[in-house]
Design a protein around this ligand. Structure first.
Ligand SMILES: NC(=O)c1ccc[n+]([C@@H]2O[C@H](COP(=O)([O-])OP(=O)(O)OC[C@H]3O[C@@H](n4cnc5c(N)ncnc54)[C@H](OP(=O)(O)O)[C@@H]3O)[C@@H](O)[C@H]2O)c1
Length: 252
C-alpha cells in the first residue's frame, strides 16, 4: 500500500514506538493523526511531525468512541496504545485487570469495529496491531498483559482471514524488548541481558514494512520468532526454560 497521501491514525503516538511510527509515516507523506492520552505529549509529537493531535483515554468505551469520531476516514490504523503490569497475579487489583484488558485488548477491537466499515466501503485500508512476544510465550509476573496480547493476536489472525480479498490488510507486529517508557510505567525496570532492548525506531520500521507490504506478522527482532516455534515443537523444554526465567521474576 502507498502510504503517501493516505490518512494514518496511530494510537499511543505520544511516546515510544507510536511516536516513532507516526514520524516515519509523516516522512513518507501520510497525513498523520497523532493519538495520545497526555495532551502535552500528544501535542508535542503532532507539532514535531506536522500531524493532528487527538487526545482520548482508550481504557474507556467513551474514549474509544471519541477517538473514532474525531478521526473519521482512516486508511492506515496502527493499534499501538498499550501498557503493561508487572507483579504477582494474586496481588493485582481487580480494577487494574479491567483497565489493562480494556486498553490492550477490547479498546483495540472496539476501535477497529468503528473504523473498519469505512475502509471496506472504500475498498482499501491497513490495520496493524502491535502485540508482544509475551502473548506468544507467556511470562511469569505478566499474566494479564500476556493474555491481552494473545487475544489481540487471535483477533488479528481471524480478521485477516475474514477480510481476505477485501482490500483491507491486517498485520501483527510482535516486539520483544524496546527501549521506551513501557517498563517504568508497568512498575518494574527491564534488567535482563537478553534480548537487548531495541530502539523504538526499529519497531516503527517493522510496522511501516508490514503496512506497505501487507505482511501478516513481523517479529522484532526477527530471531525471537524462535520462541513460539520452540514452544510448539518442544513444549517441555520450552517450559523448563520459561520456568528458569519465571523464577527470576517470582524472586523479586
Ligand atoms: N517497550 C517494549 O518493550 C514493548 C514490547 C512489546 C510490546 N510493546 C507494546 O508496544 C506498544 C507501545 O508501547 P511503548 O513501548 O511505546 O510504551 P510507551 O512509551 O509507554 O507508550 C505507550 C503509549 O500508549 C499510550 N497509552 C497508555 N495508556 C493509555 C490509555 N489509557 N489511553 C490511551 N493511550 C494510552 C501512552 O499515552 P500517554 O503517554 O499520552 O499516556 C503512550 O502513547 C504497547 O502496546 C506495548 O504493549 C512494547
Amino acid at each position: 500500500m502507498q502510504v503517501r497521501g493516505a490518512t494514518a491514525l496511530v494510537t499511543g503516538a505520544s511516546a515510544g514506538i507510536g511516536a516513532a511510527v507516526a514520524g516515519l509515516l509523516a516522512e513518507r507523506g501520510a497525513a498523520v493523526l497523532v493519538h495520545g492520552r497526555d495532551a502535552g505529549r500528544t501535542a508535542a509529537v503532532a507539532d514535531g511531525i506536522g500531524g493532528r493531535p487527538i487526545v482520548a483515554d482508550l481504557a474507556t468505551a467513551e474514549g474509544v468512541d471519541a477517538l473514532a469520531a474525531a478521526a473519521e476516514a482512516v486508511d492506515v490504523l496502527v493499534l499501538n496504545a498499550g501498557a503493561g503490569h508487572a507483579g504477582p497475579f494474586v496481588e493485582m487489583p481487580a480494577d487494574r485487570i479491567e483497565e489493562l484488558l480494556a486498553l490492550d485488548l477490547t479498546g483495540a477491537i472496539r476501535l477497529t469495529r468503528v473504523l473498519l466499515p469505512g475502509m471496506l466501503a472504500r475498498g482499501r485500508g491497513r490495520l496493524c496491531f502491535v502485540s508482544s512476544i509475551a502473548g506468544r510465550t507467556g511470562v511469569a509476573g505478566e499474566a494479564v498483559y500476556a493474555a491481552a496480547k494473545a487475544g489481540l493476536d487471535a483477533f488479528a489472525e481471524s480478521l485477516r482471514l475474514e477480510l481476505a480479498g477485501s482490500g483491507v490488510g491486517v498485520s501483527v507486529v510482535v516486539p520483544a524488548v524496546v527501549d521506551t517508557g513501557f517498563f517504568e510505567s508497568r512498575g518494574r525496570p527491564y534488567d535482563r541481558r537478553s534480548p537487548r532492548p531495541l530502539p523504538a525506531r526499529a519497531v516503527a520500521a517493522a510496522i511501516l514494512s508490514a503496512v506497505e507490504r501487507d505482511r501478516a506478522e513481523v517479529f522484532v527482532p526477527g530471531w525471537t520468532r524462535l520462541a513460539p516455534t520452540v514452544r510448539a515443537l518442544a513444549p517441555a523444554a520450552f517450559r523448563r526454560l520459561s520456568l528458569r526465567y519465571g523464577e527470576e521474576v517470582r524472586s523479586r
